[in-house]
Design a protein around this ligand. Structure first.
Ligand SMILES: NC(=O)c1ccc[n+]([C@@H]2O[C@H](COP(=O)([O-])OP(=O)(O)OC[C@H]3O[C@@H](n4cnc5c(N)ncnc54)[C@H](O)[C@@H]3O)[C@@H](O)[C@H]2O)c1
Length: 346
């Protein structure tokens, strides 16, 4: 039996972590902590677990083996490092942390304590993305030439526990990033996973086009962004992110390759479509994209990957050692947007 603790008891903790832990026979939710005791108590009432007075008190419980870090972005590093130093394995939500130094310190804490660190990059686990990776890896479509990937929805205030325009997601001191890192990290990480190789240059533009605090001030982070990424093999394309898609969520990727086009989550019935150069079309009916609107329609696989990774000791697609390279690209995009120039990644 793996005994888990959850730090932060908001939306992702409820919709994904606690819910998916509760589906496993070999996991017990043992501890919960949130700055809001009431929120922790609500999760305890539904999924079980003892509510602690502080993060440190929960981490001092030697019977807790593993911890989910589901707090606001600015506290990911502190919660993760404290958990690792307390001898727990950690699953930390994305984006990994708010500075590169913090990301590196998290990896160092995992190494030093001989514990595993996983990051919740759930897009690597969807069935269509896994099938896409498998097909690209055997050269089914040849080299990727260009790509476009989009993640847009109505904004985090429609999702987070505090459903108001005062959400921490809009505040620089707690979120650090806006849509580019919140949503773009998923697509940047996915493209690295699918295309393979390193991103060597980025050009990014971050904008705050529409979101406002209740008093009418613009929010402190971007609500839209466009990034151009270039891979070492030459593949070049765009990532676009938005918190102002005030309709259905858009969560799609298209890869334009030597032997044809691969479309991911463009068609509601066929999550993976291939259109070969000669016009032949192949459809794969695999899964639907898990969206914020119906988060519990399907298991994300994140919790299973975390627990199975701890039990087996084997590498997984969520290992922080790999995800940290996607964060390097996020920070390069921030630098590019600030300077207004392309940024090379060494
Ligand atoms: N993988 C995904 O697709 C995905 C989706 C949504 C959110 N997330 C990530 O999960 C994290 C949480 O997002 P959310 O949507 O659940 O937000 P939320 O606002 O719904 O919940 C966050 C909770 O953490 C608590 N909290 C904040 N700082 C804390 C601290 N220092 N100690 C203890 N509790 C603290 C808050 O009181 C709140 O209850 C964010 O980093 C977000 O980017 C990931």
């Amino acid at each position: 039996m793996i005994r888990v603790g959850i730090l932060g008891c908001g939306s992702i903790a409820r919709q994904r972590h606690a819910y998916e832990y509760s589906l496993r026979q070999d996991v017990e939710i043992a501890g919960l902590f949130d700055l809001s005791r009431e929120r922790a108590q609500e999760v305890a009432a539904k999924f079980g677990g003892r509510v602690y007075e502080s993060m440190d008190a929960m981490l001092a419980d030697p019977t807790i083996d593993a911890v989910s870090v589901c707090v606001a972005n600015a506290y990911h590093a502190e919660a993760t490092i404290k958990s690792l130093n307390a001898g727990k394995h950690v699953l930390c939500e994305k984006p990994m942390a708010i500075t590169m130094a913090d990301c590196e310190a998290m990896l160092e804490a995992a190494r030093k304590n001989g514990k595993r660190l996983f990051i919740g990059q759930n897009q690597r686990l969807t069935l269509a993305h896994r099938k896409a990776k498998e097909l690209l890896a055997v050269g089914e479509l040849g080299r990727v030439i260009s790509f476009q990937s989009t993640f847009g929805h109505k904004g985090p205030e429609s999702w987070s526990i505090d459903q108001s325009a005062n959400t921490w997601f809009f505040k620089k001191d707690q979120a650090a990033f806006g849509s580019m890192a919140d949503l773009g990290i998923h697509k940047i990480d996915l493209l690295r996973y699918l295309v393979g190789g390193s991103v060597i240059e980025v050009y990014a533009r971050l904008m705050t086009l529409d979101k406002k605090f209740p008093d009418g001030r613009p929010i402190e982070v971007d609500d839209n962004s466009v990034e151009i990424l270039t891979f070492e093999g030459g593949a070049t394309g765009t990532v676009t992110t938005s918190w102002t898609h005030y309709g259905d969520e858009c969560n799609t990727t298209v890869l334009y390759c030597e032997k044809g086009v691969m479309r991911l989550y463009m068609n509601p019935k066929y999550s993976l479509e291939i259109i070969y150069r000669d016009g032949t079309r192949v459809h794969y009916e695999l899964d639907k994209m898990q969206t914020n609107d119906d988060a519990q329609q399907a298991k994300s696989g994140v919790i299973d990957t975390f627990i199975d990774g701890i039990l087996s000791g084997r590498p997984t697609p969520l290992d922080a050692e790999d995800v940290i390279h996607s964060m390097r690209i996020v920070f390069a995009c921030l630098e590019s947007a600030e300077k207004g120039t392309a940024v090379k990644i060494g």
